[in-house]
Design a protein around this ligand. Structure first.
Ligand SMILES: [Fe+2]
Length: 275
C-alpha cells in the first residue's frame, strides 16, 4: 500500500459526544484509523465552543482527549492528540480565551481557532479580532472560504491577515469536493499567499473524514509544489503546536489580488504585519 506523506491535522471534530462530530468512541476510533491511513500523525481536537449549541469548556475537552488517547493506545493506533477548540466569534470569545475556559492551540495561549457564521461576518468582528491580537493571541480564521461575505469581499480577509490573523482552509474546499467555485477561490487565495494551514474539519469516518487532508495536500503539490504543501499541512501545524509564529507562503499571482489595506486601517492599534 502506498505510504501517504505525513500531515498534522489542526481542525478535527474527533472527540466523541462533545459536538456534531463523532458521537461514540467507536466512531472516533474509525476516524482515527482513516486519519492514519491518510498519513495523519497528529490531530488537534477542536470541538465547537460557544457556537450557540455547544459550550465545551477547556477541562471537558482535556478529559475527553485523555480518554480517547488511551482508547487509541489500547487499539494500537499511533496517533497523537492535542487540545484545542473551534471558538465561535461572539463578544465573550476573547475573555473566555484569556480566562482559560476556551482552549487555545495545544493550550499554549498563543493562537486560537476562530469560527465565523456561514452567511455573515458578525457585527464587531474587527473589534473582537483586535482584542485577541492585543493580548498576543493569534486568531486562526477557520475556513473563511466558506463564509459568503468573505468569499464575495476577500479584501476584508486580506486586512485581517495584514493585522496578523492566519487563515485555515478546509481540505475539501481545495480538493474540489465542495465544488469548483470553492476550489477556484481556495487556489486563488493560496496563490496570493494568504493561506497558512489546511485541515480536514472532519466530523465522520467517511465523507467529511480526516483522510480528506491527503487529497487536498496532493492538489496543493500540483498547484504550488511540494514545499508549499508541506508548509501548510505539516510545518506550520508543528509550529502551531509549539507556539511559534506561522510562516506565510510567497505570493505567486499578480499584485492586484494581494492584500492592500484601507488607509484608516493602518492606524488601528493592533495592526501588525503578518510574519
Ligand atoms: Fe469545525
Amino acid at each position: 500500500m502506498r505510504q501517504e506523506p505525513a500531515v498534522i491535522d489542526v481542525h478535527c471534530h474527533i472527540l466523541p459526544g462533545l459536538d456534531d462530530g463523532a458521537h461514540t468512541f467507536e466512531t472516533a476510533i474509525e476516524m482515527a484509523r482513516a486519519a492514519v491511513a491518510g498519513g495523519t500523525r497528529a490531530i488537534v481536537c477542536t470541538p465547537h465552543h460557544l457556537n450557540g449549541v455547544y459550550k465545551n469548556p477547556g477541562n471537558l475537552i482535556r478529559h475527553a482527549l485523555a480518554d480517547l488517547q488511551q482508547r487509541l493506545a489500547d487499539a494500537d493506533i499511533t496517533l497523537g492528540l492535542f487540545p484545542g477548540a473551534e471558538i465561535h466569534l461572539v463578544p465573550e470569545a476573547p475573555s473566555r480565551v484569556l480566562d482559560g475556559s476556551a482552549l487555545t492551540y495545544n493550550d499554549r495561549g498563543k493562537a486560537a481557532l476562530v469560527e465565523l457564521p456561514k452567511n455573515v461576518v458578525p457585527r464587531g468582528a474587527e473589534v473582537l479580532l483586535g482584542q485577541f491580537l492585543r493580548h498576543g493571541i493569534t486568531p486562526v480564521i477557520a475556513h473563511p472560504e466558506r463564509n459568503l461575505v468573505l468569499a464575495r469581499r476577500p479584501q476584508r480577509l486580506a486586512e485581517w491577515i495584514d493585522w496578523g490573523c492566519k487563515v485555515q482552509l478546509t481540505a475539501q474546499s481545495c480538493s474540489g469536493d465542495f465544488g469548483e467555485r470553492l476550489q477556484g477561490l481556495s487556489r486563488r487565495w493560496l496563490e496570493s499567499g494568504w493561506v497558512h494551514l489546511i485541515a480536514s474539519d472532519a466530523h465522520r469516518p467517511t465523507g467529511r473524514s480526516p483522510d480528506t487532508l491527503s487529497a487536498a495536500r496532493a492538489r496543493v503539490v500540483e498547484w504550488l509544489g511540494e514545499e508549499a504543501a508541506s508548509l501548510l499541512t505539516l510545518d506550520n501545524p508543528r509550529r502551531l503546536l509549539d507556539g511559534e509564529d506561522l510562516i506565510a507562503l510567497a505570493p505567486c499571482i499578480t499584485a492586484e489580488k494581494t492584500p492592500a489595506e484601507s488607509d484608516w486601517m493602518r492606524f488601528l492599534p493592533w495592526r501588525r504585519r503578518a510574519q
